[in-house]
Design a protein around this ligand. Structure first.
Ligand code: HEC
Ligand code: HEC
Ligand code: HEC
Ligand code: HEC
Ligand code: HEC
Length: 201
């Protein structure tokens, strides 16, 4: 999946990506989108440095962290050879296609230099993106795991307000607790309480 990379990251030191990189990223994406050459596209997407070819600070720090000891959930995944695109796309071909559509929008925005910096998440990451690898989280039917086991019930009772995985498991928050599998304590506590209000007693 992830390619071996050198320790230093060029994009991080400059505020604007250089044109050569931009052109190669653009050319590559056009090949993917127009040519339909999915093989080439998938190769590129699987390389985390590809993401850094457009994304500038602070997002390049997300990529930098993948070559250092883990400091957040995303870099902990990098250590397991799980790259950026894995969390940022859904299951199977349809999931990849949705990610590519978002990529096409982003490419146009990038070419026009018309985009907010730092990047904003306009498409929340759905649980399916995580469950494609973590479908067994409800296997342990214990109290210690009740927040995973009961989650689907909360979600079907209150689809609009119930937590999704990433409400507790933030991707890039370095305030996450490694001893608690990188969950961010404050937002997680809020979700614990929210479910207790709905499902408690
Ligand atoms: C061709 C340049 C380019 C490349 C390559 C690129 N991005 Fe982006 N990305 C953008 C632009 C432009 C935006 C939207 C504007 C913004 O919010 O900064 C964006 C937005 C995003 C967002 C927010 C999406 C939303 O709206 O919810 C995420 C997440 C993201 N990119 C992740 C990635 C990942 C992961 C990769 C590598 C697989 C990647 N990007 C590669 C240019 C790019
Ligand atoms: C491509 C597969 C894949 C995807 C997608 C994925 N993970 Fe993981 N995840 C792993 C692997 C592999 C590990 C390490 C082995 C393990 O603990 O299961 C892991 C570990 C974890 C851990 C434990 C971290 C630790 O330090 O022990 C958490 C929490 C986690 N993932 C949450 C998520 C969440 C939330 C998402 C979605 C945003 C997600 N994962 C998406 C494969 C994936
Ligand atoms: C209400 C908050 C909350 C939600 C929502 C949540 N988790 Fe967790 N998750 C936690 C906590 C807290 C831990 C750490 C448990 C520990 O180590 O004691 C954890 C641990 C994990 C782990 C590490 C392995 C394990 O079971 O200990 C994985 C993987 C994981 N969660 C995946 C997910 C996925 C996938 C979703 C969405 C379907 C999700 N979580 C939803 C709070 C949550
Ligand atoms: C474990 C799953 C996971 C991995 C791996 C991952 N992300 Fe994310 N990403 C998230 C989540 C969840 C968010 C939503 C914001 C948050 O929770 O920090 C996010 C948000 C983003 C955003 C939107 C800006 C923001 O801060 O909200 C960008 C851009 C982004 N990620 C890029 C990347 C890049 C580049 C990589 C590879 C180095 C990567 N992501 C790897 C889960 C992941
Ligand atoms: C999906 C719903 C849900 C989530 C999320 C959830 N809980 Fe619970 N929790 C319950 C239910 C239901 C009970 C049993 C009824 C009660 O005591 O409120 C319970 C009970 C408890 C109890 C025992 C309460 C008591 O008064 O004895 C503790 C402690 C607890 N949860 C901790 C947590 C923590 C910590 C989190 C977040 C990491 C969490 N829960 C997330 C549903 C949830």
């Amino acid at each position: 999946m992830r390619k071996k990379k050198s320790g230093k990251n060029k994009a991080a030191s400059t505020n604007f990506p250089n044109w050569a990189k931009w052109l190669s990223a653009t050319a590559a994406l056009i090949v993917v989108l127009v040519g339909g050459s999915l093989g080439v596209g998938a190769q590129l997407e699987n390389n985390d440095q590809f993401c850094a070819s457009c994304h500038t600070n602070p997002e390049t720090t997300f990529v930098d962290r993948t070559t250092q000891p883990a400091t957040d959930l995303a870099s902990a995944h990098a250590a397991e050879n799980v790259g950026c695109i894995a969390c940022h796309s859904g299951e199977g071909f349809a999931g990849r296609l949705d990610a590519m559509k978002l990529g096409a929008r982003d490419l146009i925005a990038f070419a026009k230099r018309d985009f907010p910096q730092p990047a904003q998440l306009t498409h929340a990451i759905p649980d399916g993106n995580c469950l494609k690898c973590h479908s067994n989280i409800d296997q342990a039917q214990t109290f210690e795991n009740h927040f995973h086991v009961l989650l689907p019930r909360w979600q079907s009772a209150r689809p609009e307000s119930a937590a999704s995985c990433v409400d507790c498991h933030t991707g890039h928050d370095t305030a996450g607790r490694p001893d608690l599998k990188w969950v961010s304590v404050d937002p997680t506590q809020q979700q614990c309480n929210a479910c207790h209000r709905v499902m408690g007693d």
